[in-house]
Design a protein around this ligand. Sequence first.
Ligand SMILES: NC(=O)c1ccc[n+]([C@@H]2O[C@H](COP(=O)([O-])OP(=O)(O)OC[C@H]3O[C@@H](n4cnc5c(N)ncnc54)[C@H](O)[C@@H]3O)[C@@H](O)[C@H]2O)c1
Length: 434
Amino acid sequence: MKNTNVKPAEGKLGILCVGLGAVSSTFITGVLMIRKGLGKPVGSITQLAKIRVGKGDDAAYKSISEIVSMPSLDDVVLGAWDIIPDNAFESSMKAEVLRDRDIYPVKEELEKITPMKGVYDPDYVKALDGTWTKDTKATRWELTRQVREDIQRFKQENGCDRVVVVWAASTEIYIPRDSEVHDSIETFEAAMKADDRSHISPSMCYAYAAIAEGAPFIMGAPNTCIDIPAMWQFAEKENVPIAGKDFKTGQTMMKTVLAAAFRTRMLGVNGWFSTNILGNRDGLVLDVPENFKTKEVSKLGVIDTILKGDEYPDLYSDIFHKVRINYYPPRNDDKEGWDNIDIFGWMGYPMQIKVDFLCRDSILAAPLLLDLALFGDLALRAGKSGIQTWLSFYLKSPMHDDGHCPVNDLFQQYTILKNAIREMGGYEADEEID
Ligand SMILES: NC(=O)c1ccc[n+]([C@@H]2O[C@H](COP(=O)([O-])OP(=O)(O)OC[C@H]3O[C@@H](n4cnc5c(N)ncnc54)[C@H](O)[C@@H]3O)[C@@H](O)[C@H]2O)c1
């Protein structure tokens, strides 16, 4: 490994998940099983991918930890908050994502991971009944202080050098950005102190607390949270990296590959209808229209920036794009996502493509959570702060610097990710063909 300015990944890294539901418990159980040599980290770039560094005769393919200092999974300490008291074993069993034989070998370790009480506001997740919560009457400011204390205590009790906080809790109701509150740290803090509950969501309390504690914050759901100027300014001021939002797992990952293929081949698109059936708790929450609205906004944005209707009006100016999620309990976490894409070719002749992705939501999300947490920590050690656009690869609705267009094409995003790692590893960024 070259000498770089990245601080070495020494000591323990705490990964604190907000929400200990299907995604987090699948992630945590997987990490513990992999540590024991009883599972493989399939889907994880940090654990499996090899990236080319150097060009021509100097080219070499190296794993990420050979390019930059990365923590071993043995040095990771796992923790969580939830508004339900189930420990990680109970949560894993209830989620029914993993088979018993992939949970029981780490039962004792899982049972020790009990959630800290969550910041709960029933108005933000109407389908759930939180029973393991911090005082719901406390102001947003006070709750943020309590989350900061939780982080400090977790760090101290577990001997962690660094902590990353990842939101993998339920999707909150849609709240639009309000420039009078969300556009500066001062107005944002004033709203927290005034307990302005309609503008300050529970997720914002966790994000603000994490940043204040110097912990990178990753937003895995589509909530309005860190995608506001107040958070960007705060993260820059505190020198903390942030990334979001919404894990790019099944349908949207496919979308950002297919849309890029159509644009590359100059094939037109008339319509894109995406629907899903999903029966887990996430599906239950998303069945509430105000919560679905948050997801819909996140899912709808992706194809426009790839197809660029303004640049190619003959091909993409009039696309009918619709996304639906239907709660259907028999399928539990085994989501089925259908896409019907109406495309057209030479002389405008129509064609159709049907995609039927029988996926497992949490199986796809768990490696993303791991990579985002480890890369969030890498960004911190590399002295990066604010929005980490190089992590857009993992996100459905990536944040971008004001005035810039987000990159949604999965392969362009991968190039950006690889170049960031090359640079942090002391190599030159490039666009050679791999
Ligand atoms: N699995 C995927 O493919 C995928 C992709 C993108 C985004 N997501 C998002 O990830 C999130 C987690 O998904 P999941 O399937 O694990 O859902 P889940 O319902 O199984 O788990 C969410 C957990 O969050 C808890 N929670 C809710 N509000 C909380 C709060 N304020 N503080 C602490 N805990 C709280 C709930 O009690 C629950 O245990 C959802 O928002 C989902 O939309 C998932």
